[in-house]
Design a binder for this molecule. Structure first.
Ligand SMILES: Cc1cc2nc3c(=O)[nH]c(=O)nc-3n(C[C@H](O)[C@H](O)[C@H](O)COP(=O)(O)O)c2cc1C
Length: 325
């Protein structure tokens, strides 16, 4: 497995996720650093020095050596990254200008040495930890956290009950949605499958009041678009790095964005919230409002319903399904 990238943390602007990827897309590992841990790592890397960072769980640490950085993690096999590669990616992420030292002379950890660093070394493959289990990602943490103390009725966790009781709402209560619920709704979108796992979508989380009002206008003046939580799901086919015609990539990203919105909608229902899926809007106007060229596919408006409504009826299942024998 090879260290591949540094990503922002999901919900906070601070800290980061360090990502390792293997030969196939199912093979990956993640180390999540909080702000202090990231700051300490940046400090060592920007000064081109070795050192150890003790992580806040008190038993994990990062040993930055001049050639290899080792991630010694509690209850997890050790991970390694080429220090040069890690330095480049972490400092880029932290927006710290840095001139790489291609010729490195140092006392090294065990014996003095001089060597020439290469940007992408093939022998990174030798730094492959044997993986037996994966530490929880931020996504898993968000999804598995218990609800904070709430006066609401207990949350629904049976997915079939959620499906069978979900009902759209066009009248929302003014009650604010708790941040932890928003985290879970966003994280749920990120669990949806995407074509090739390229995540060919982007979600705009609209907090701004004026932007919400502009979206009402762009959505045929549907007033409920101005909901407590407004998420605009957009296609991003440029992320789908598959060798298929552009129209297929567009189709994939349309499906990626739609599925992610559906996962968020179901998550909202499970959290005692309700939603309305908006498909009727002027794409160009939405793009201008959001300042993006990405095509919006749906606006998901979420909030506490003003009152509980029963689910709508559907046609008979046997009319929906044609069995091919
Ligand atoms: C693709 C799609 C587009 C939709 N567009 C709108 C819309 O623009 N405005 C609206 O009020 N409801 C819209 N809806 C919500 C549907 O009207 C609603 O889901 C449907 O009546 C079934 O009700 P239920 O969600 O309570 O089962 C849309 C739903 C889907 C799936």
């Amino acid at each position: 497995m090879k260290f591949s990238k540094v990503e922002p943390a999901y919900t906070s602007k601070e800290g980061c996720r360090l990502v390792w990827t293997g030969d196939n897309e199912d093979d990956s590992d993640i180390v999540i650093l909080n702000k202090n841990e990231l700051d300490s790592l940046v400090e060592l890397l920007k000064r081109d020095v070795s050192g150890t960072i003790h992580l806040e769980d008190l038993s994990s640490s990062i040993m930055v050596n001049s050639d290899v950085t080792q991630f010694i993690l509690q209850n997890h096999p050790q991970l390694e990254a080429n220090t040069f590669d890690l330095q480049k990616k972490v400092l880029e992420f932290a927006k710290i200008p840095h001139q790489p030292l291609y010729v490195h002379i140092s006392s090294k950890e065990f014996y003095p040495s001089v060597w020439i660093r290469k940007e992408e070394t093939e022998n990174q493959a030798k730094f492959s930890p044997k993986k037996t289990s994966t530490p929880p990602s931020l996504l898993q943490i968000i999804l598995s956290t218990k609800p904070e103390k709430t006066k609401d009725k207990p949350l629904e966790t049976d997915v079939f009950r959620i499906f069978s009781s979900r009902r759209s709402t066009r009248k929302f209560d003014k009650k604010k949605i708790e941040d932890w619920k928003i985290d879970k709704i966003l994280a749920a979108a990120d669990t949806a499958p995407t074509a090739g796992n390229f995540q060919g979508l982007k979600i705009f989380y609209v907090k701004n009041k004026n932007t919400k009002e502009a979206l009402v206008e762009a959505a045929n003046k549907q007033p409920y678009v101005n909901a407590p939580l407004v998420l605009v799901f957009c296609m991003d086919s440029s992320r789908v790095k598959l060798k298929f015609p552009q129209e297929i990539l567009e189709k994939f990203s349309l499906q990626d964005a739609t599925l992610a919105a559906a996962y968020s909608q179901i998550a909202a229902s499970g959290l005692g919230l309700s939603s309305i899926w908006i498909g009727m809007f002027d794409e160009k106007k939405v793009q201008t409002i959001l300042g993006t060229e990405l095509r919006p596919t749906s606006i998901l408006c979420i909030g506490y319903p003003d009152k509980k409504r029963p689910p709508k009826s559907r046609r008979k299942l046997k009319e929906l399904i044609e069995v091919i024998e």
